[in-house]
Design a protein. Structure first.
Length: 364
């Protein structure tokens, strides 16, 4: 297991980072944990940008369309790394409506490429959904096209699908990472950790809540010294868990939850309780999914829409529980209405996964 007192390195102000399509700041948080000073971020969504600004007080945040943003003001000092995950709706395998090359989000990687070409960082980290590896534009694989674009501007590139649960995150999330270096170094991805973190190990010290309950500041259920190592890591800078907010579901939804065991989904619900579904068999396998306490979580995407269920309580996940399963520490506060907060958490790169990649970069 990790050493609790050694996970946050001192930030080096000479290692300047820029986070594009930053969201609430999952990549940035991982980078800062590794010792990189993220000084600029670009995020068009006002709520996500507000979350970023609240948690990264020393960074300049540009809340605007990246296509209208010049790179000129970002070149005053050498940039060590540009990181980011361009919008991925058009590549996501879970997106059945606009999963094709006509989706304008599929071209946003060109803006990431523009920033890398204009600024010339030593490193870049490009992160995106696994589905990007399966996409083609005509005969050309999109991943190959993106990597060729970076190579054409002088970067040595390597890529890999990483699983967050292999790097201390209590979640089975897989993401594509493309890492490039302008000095001819071919990046070797970090080795998998020799442990994993379960849902119970991640959230068992958080408040017991009811459907629709709101505790803006609650109490931990166990003292710090009795918490798991992961829980201690999450709590290190917090005196109390905040944003213990559960979406309110209708009574008939909660009644459905009672029939679903750990690891089961909608298929365990009696037909008599699924009357509003014209064809129950058309439900996605992730709908009404109860988490397994003894294993890492399924993917925390938009967990409200998926109706992910707490492993032991008949309710949806709270904001803080979902943030924990993404490896956001308890002092990290999200801005906006609950639906937008849930989206920010679901869209984020798990900070501990980002940290593992950034720490490996810093070994070169």
């Amino acid at each position: 297991m990790w050493e609790i007192n050694s996970k946050m390195k001192k930030v080096n102000d000479e290692l300047i980072g820029i986070d594009l399509f930053a969201g609430a700041g999952g990549l940035s948080l991982g980078a800062e944990m590794a010792g990189i000073s993220v000084q600029y971020a670009v995020e068009a969504d006002t709520y996500a940008a507000a979350s970023y600004s609240r948690n990264f007080k020393n960074a300049t945040v540009f809340c605007e369309d990246i296509r209208k943003l010049s790179t000129e003001g970002l070149k005053s000092r050498p940039v060590f790394i540009i990181m980011g995950g361009p919008p991925c709706q058009g590549f996501s395998l879970s997106n059945t409506k606009t999963r094709d090359m006509s989706n304008p989000n599929n071209r946003m990687f060109e803006e990431f490429l523009r920033f890398v070409k204009d600024i010339g960082p030593t490193w870049f980290v490009f992160e995106n959904v696994y589905g990007l590896t399966k996409f083609k534009d005509g005969e050309e694989n999109i991943q190959d096209h993106i990597e060729n674009c970076f190579e054409s501007i002088g970067y040595t590139v390597n890529s890999k699908i990483l699983y967050a649960s292999d790097y201390g995150v209590p979640q089975r999330r897989n993401r594509l990472f493309i890492v490039g270096n302008k000095n001819g170094i071919k990046f070797d991805f970090p080795e998998k950790f020799d442990y994993s973190v379960s849902v119970d190990e991640a959230i068992s010290d958080l408040p017991v809540l009811k459907n629709g309950e709101i505790q803006l500041e609650g109490e931990y259920t166990v003292p710090f010294e009795q918490a798991t190592q992961y829980e201690q890591l999450m709590r290190e800078k917090s005196q109390a868990p905040t944003q213990n907010i559960v979406s309110r579901n209708k009574d008939y939804v909660i009644e459905r939850y009672k029939y679903i065991g750990q690891g089961e989904n909608w298929s365990a619900i009696p037909d008599s309780l699924m009357g509003n579904y014209a064809d129950k068999k058309r439900c996605h396998s992730g709908i009404y999914k109860r988490l397994i306490g003894s294993k890492p979580s399924v993917v925390i995407s938009n967990y409200r829409k998926s109706m992910l269920i707490h492993p032991h309580q008949d309710r949806g996940l709270s904001v803080r529980e979902a943030a924990r399963l993404q490896s956001f520490p308890d002092h990290f506060v999200f801005e906006g209405p609950i639906s937008r907060v849930q989206q920010q958490i679901g869209n984020a790169v798990p900070p501990l996964l980002a940290k593992a990649v950034m720490e490996k970069i810093l070994t070169y």
